[in-house]
Design a protein around this ligand. Structure first.
Ligand SMILES: Nc1ncnc2c1ncn2[C@@H]1O[C@H](COP(=O)(O)OP(=O)(O)OP(=O)(O)O)[C@@H](O)[C@H]1O
Length: 265
């Protein structure tokens, strides 16, 4: 479904923010995308949404070399993708219902059936009372839920979500995750960028983990390479801070009283 082969990405003339990225996501898989702030999660999602071109390497999606796709072909490819960006990208002059119905209207749907379907989804994400509200009057968490409903309404082939539970309370976060997992079970390939490690552990899916612009694929429970703690190394700094690890190694002329805790306090 998505194959990256030695992909690099840069903004303008800057240095690469993503380097040598290679992976192959199977159709119908669910992956979390993790990494520290600034590690490149949003940038990777932008490549997958075809909103940014790679500076090198090959990207194949939906059996096409999309990295080289003509600009005129991009809207058609993007229609297969549901996306939740951190800035939501809602249309301010439309109500919540109209924003969510938009992908269905674009693909030719109309009538009361759409409205019923949209209302059911907005009720599920806890927005029954905000159906007719426009984005400027909604809170951040409410806008996020409208964006999520819009992303999933058409059961896309691919769902990309950037911090989809970042602005909502735990009960709503659980509902949103339930929605994503159910959609994934119906066949939608799903990539969710998140800092919420509780969520990652609970769902137990594989991770695409970014560190310094490079990608590591992790199985559930596997720690990323940068998590290995090396702080108790035998460096001069450690010895100064904690004292020697082996008491026998203590220099004979060092008075023991200097390092014994509690005495004389
Ligand atoms: N439009 C841009 N122009 C130039 N540099 C950018 C742009 N957007 C992001 N960057 C840089 O690219 C790097 C990766 O940013 P990105 O937003 O992809 O990280 P992230 O992992 O999504 O971070 P966060 O968890 O904070 O959302 C960062 O160093 C960032 O400063």
């Amino acid at each position: 479904m998505i194959q990256f082969d030695n992909v690099g990405m840069r903004y303008g003339m800057g240095s690469e923010v993503l380097k040598d990225i290679s992976f192959d996501l199977k159709p119908g898989s669910l992956h979390f995308l993790t990494g520290a702030s600034g590690a490149g999660k949003t940038s990777l999602l932008k490549l997958m949404y075809l909103a940014h071109r790679p500076s090198r390497g090959t990207i194949r999606m939906f059996n096409e070399d999309v990295g080289a796709a003509a600009r005129k072909d991009l809207p058609n490819l993007r229609r297969k993708i549901g996306v939740v960006f951190q800035d939501f990208r809602l249309l301010d002059h439309l109500t919540a219902v109209e924003n969510v119905a938009m992908p269905l209207w674009i693909s030719g749907g109309m009538g009361g059936e759409i409205e019923e379907h949209v209302e059911e989804l907005l009720t599920w994400v806890g927005l029954k009372h905000r159906m007719k509200s426009r984005p400027p009057t909604l809170s951040g968490g409410e806008k996020q839920r409208v964006a999520i409903a819009r992303a999933v309404i058409k059961r896309p082939d691919l769902l990309l979500a950037d911090e989809p539970t970042g602005n909502v309370d735990p009960a709503i976060a659980k509902r949103i995750m339930h929605l994503f997992v159910e959609l994934n079970k119906l066949g939608t390939t799903t990539v969710i960028a998140t800092h919420d490690m509780g969520l990652v552990e609970k769902v137990g899916a594989d991770r695409l983990h970014l560190h310094d612009g490079r990608l590591h694929t992790l199985r559930p429970g596997e720690e990323p390479p940068e998590a290995a703690f090396t702080g108790f190394g035998d460096s001069a700094l450690d010895r100064a801070e904690y004292g020697p690890r082996d008491p026998e190694a203590m220099p004979e002329d060092q008075p023991a009283g200097d390092i014994r805790p509690g005495e004389g306090a």
